[in-house]
Design a protein around this ligand. Structure first.
Ligand code: NOJ
Length: 684
């Protein structure tokens, strides 16, 4: 506090605005090249924070300029997007969400933080907490999926993982929860498009994960690029000031998204940079990322009385306090002492986590685990190690990633490979050659799906089928297979609408993007070393026209009734998803029984689980509630908790939950996914 006050009293306006500025430094082979600024801008205090610079040598060098060569010696915040790992790339967040395992969520964030800190970073723009119900939106890949309870649990685990008990510890980084709020509901799934939604939906679904992150002590928050109900989030006084800072009590740093403050001009709410800067500052945005609006606009905004110096000081104070909490004043070089890389331990964790995130969508006739040893491995994603990183691959290097082909070879399988087609091209001339390989194989593995960058930012899709000519390859293989098992490994950053592919494949694994140990993890599951335990954290549509599709719908006045035409339905497709939230098979065969509640102040819910299968496997169970409230409608199912249990063959166990007793009578449901037919229920 003392240091902050002293610094504030000594700072010129330019130095203050420098602290409110974050600029990208593109790391080139020869060293950092800071565009459009020079190291002189750091030396003069005109730039106080950077993003996109990593590596021990580079960060220490730049930090040294700030600390030892600028007038006030204030260290830099150095931020980077480590959404699912830094050097060790773990499965994409959507895949990891499907673990339903907060301990693992925290553990992978801890490794990412450690590697970020090793790279000299002190902030990461993660976790991403946008509830996403629209697979057209590419950023669903970065999200924890469709459910707010899952997103809240994910928010807490990730915040603790990145920040540990003390932000000052040398292996931690400041987490930045993003993108506040409702970005996942962009119109028609189109990236950066505006959002309009009711206060009820916003409060019930989109805000809670951010409140959970604030409660967990998240250091920073990033407003979304988008416009919500007519106000851009970057200038959203009701949400940033009143809800986030006021109601949730967030006193950390708000960092704008990339160039978002200047984009207030495009939104049409600001006439010039001074107005844009004033709007953002007044809403509570402390740091301008990449638009330089604060440095260029706030001096004029002060002159025009659009902002007061107090407001600038308050933002600077928050930035300095974060630097204090990170221990940067005490020892600016505590992070970035030595370059980190993938280690034996981090690789082992990446493999184990990736294997557990794979979702076995279908396994007709139990063709998996594979009995065959001679495998034709076809498709453009079989030999594509770099793609396995998915979007936002951190600082993960393609050469550190294991392809499916490599993984199968390492597992000792006899593999022959041809891609057949490219991921997204029209050339089908390779299909014949790929088919030739089927003749001499006992099973066919088709590795299909999206390229890594078909999801993530600015990657919306209107069609959710296989890109390019991959469907032609699949069709040709199904024709040619002659009774041999065809197993599809599907890579994607989102659910795909591929009902025909599902119906023709014998088995199908949704691999999402599994990260650097993809090939080993996939081999582990295919050969039965690991039983798949991933469960989809989003509903898979049958057709794009069903989107947004999610289990937490309200019943409506005319819920679907097959005997009554005038009830809610499509004339050309079922209402139900292709795969419901929570779907995922395993090599076990689980039976649930004896759902019961025990009396007490809290509600204790128990269900017995038996593994009738022949293998050790892990089951995931979900606890839903349907509560009636006077005057307002409620979703048919609200997720209240989840639990996992691993059991050997014939093993039995009990999953137990405790939760607050509902105020009014309610219906309780427990089951392996959100399909009503698979649930046990009890009135309480
Ligand atoms: C834009 C993205 O929306 C945001 O999530 C990210 O943190 C920044 N770019 C910085 O890379």
């Amino acid at each position: 506090m003392e240091r902050t006050d002293r610094l504030l009293s000594e700072m010129t306006l330019a130095e203050k605005l420098g602290q409110l500025t974050m600029i990208a430094a593109d790391y080139a082979v020869t060293g950092p090249v800071i565009t459009p600024y020079s190291e002189d801008a750091i030396r003069s205090g005109a730039i106080g924070n950077l993003l996109n610079l990593y590596g021990a040598g580079a960060t220490q060098r730049i930090q040294k300029i700030a600390v030892e060569e600028s007038r006030l010696g204030i260290p830099l915040l150095l931020g980077f997007d480590a959404l699912h790992g830094q050097r060790t790339v773990f499965p994409i967040p959507l895949a990891e969400a499907g673990l339903f395992d907060p301990v693992t969520w925290e553990a992978t964030a801890r490794i990412a933080a450690d590697e970020c800190a090793g790279d000299g970073l002190n902030m990461t723009f993660a976790p991403m907490l946008d509830v996403s119900r629209d697979p057209r939106w590419g950023r669903i890949a970065e999200s924890p999926g469709e459910d707010p309870f899952v997103a809240c649990t994910f928010a807490r685990a990730k915040t603790h993982g990145f920040q540990s008990a003390s932000l000052a510890a040398p292996h931690t980084v400041a987490a930045c929860a993003k993108h506040f709020a409702a970005y996942g509901a962009v119109t028609a799934g189109r990236e950066y498009a505006p959002t309009d939604m009711s206060d009820v939906l916003l409060r019930e679904t989109y805000l809670p994960p951010f409140e959970a992150a604030v409660e967990a002590g998240v250091a920073a928050i990033m407003p979304a690029f988008t416009d919500l109900n007519g106000i851009p989030l970057t200038a959203h006084v009701p949400l940033l000031r009143d809800v986030l800072r006021g109601e949730f009590g967030f006193d950390g740093v708000i960092v704008s998204d990339y160039h978002a403050i200047a984009e207030l001009l495009n939104h049409g709410v600001a006439g010039d940079l001074a107005e844009a800067a004033a709007l953002a500052l007044k809403a509570g945005v402390d740091i301008d990322m990449m638009s330089d609006s604060y440095r260029l606009g706030l001096p004029e905004a002060l002159q025009r009385n659009l902002v007061a110096m107090d407001e600038i000081d308050a933002a600077v104070r928050r930035v300095l306090l974060l630097k204090e909490r990170l221990g940067l004043f005490q020892d600016p070089y505590r992070r970035g002492r030595a370059d980190t890389g993938v280690t034996v331990q981090s690789r082992a964790l990446a493999r184990a986590v990736a294997a557990r995130t794979l979702v076995l969508l279908k396994n007709a006739g139990n063709v998996l685990p594979l009995a065959a040893r001679k495998i034709a491995v076809l498709g453009p994603l079989a030999d594509a190690g770099g793609e396995m990183r998915g979007p936002w691959g951190g600082a993960g290097r393609p050469e550190d990633c294991v392809s499916v082909l490599q993984g199968l070879k390492d597992a000792g399988l006899d593999v022959r490979h041809a891609p057949g087609v490219a991921i997204d091209e029209s050339d089908v001339s390779g299909i014949a050659g790929a088919l030739d390989l089927c003749a001499d194989a006992d099973a066919i593995l088709l590795c299909l799906g999206e390229a890594a960058l078909m999801s993530g930012e600015a990657a919306s899709r209107a069609y959710l089928g296989l890109p390019g000519r991959q469907q032609d390859l699949a069709d040709a293989v199904f024709e040619k297979a002659a009774g041999k098992p065809v197993i599809v490994v599907l890579f994607s950053g989102r659910p795909l609408a591929v009902p025909e592919l599902v119906s023709r494949a014998h088995a199908m694994l949704a691999a999402w993007f599994p990260g650097c140990e993809a090939g080993h993890a996939i081999a582990d599951v295919l050969i039965g070393k690991v039983s798949p335990s991933g469960r989809t954290p989003v509903s898979w549509p049958r057709a794009v026209g069903q989107v947004p599709i999610f289990f937490g719908e309200r019943p409506g006045g005319r819920p679907f009734n097959p005997k009554d035409h005038f009830t809610s339905h499509y004339s050309d497709v079922d209402n139900t998803p292709l795969f419901p939230f929570g779907h995922g098979l395993s090599y076990g065969d689980f039976e649930l029984s004896n759902l019961r509640v025990e009396a007490g102040d809290l509600l204790t819910v128990k269900v017995d689980v038996t593994n009738r299968g022949a293998r050790v496997a892990e089951e995931t169970l979900f606890l839903f509630l349907n509560q009636k409230k006077p005057g307002v409608t409620r979703p048919l199912l609200e997720l209240k908790d989840f639990g996992k249990i691993a059991l050997p063959p014939s093993g039995q166990g009990t999953v137990t939950w405790t939760l607050p007793r509902p105020a009014a009578p309610a219906e309780l449901f427990v089951g392996p996914n959100a399909a009503v037919s698979s649930l046990l229920s009890l009135s309480i």
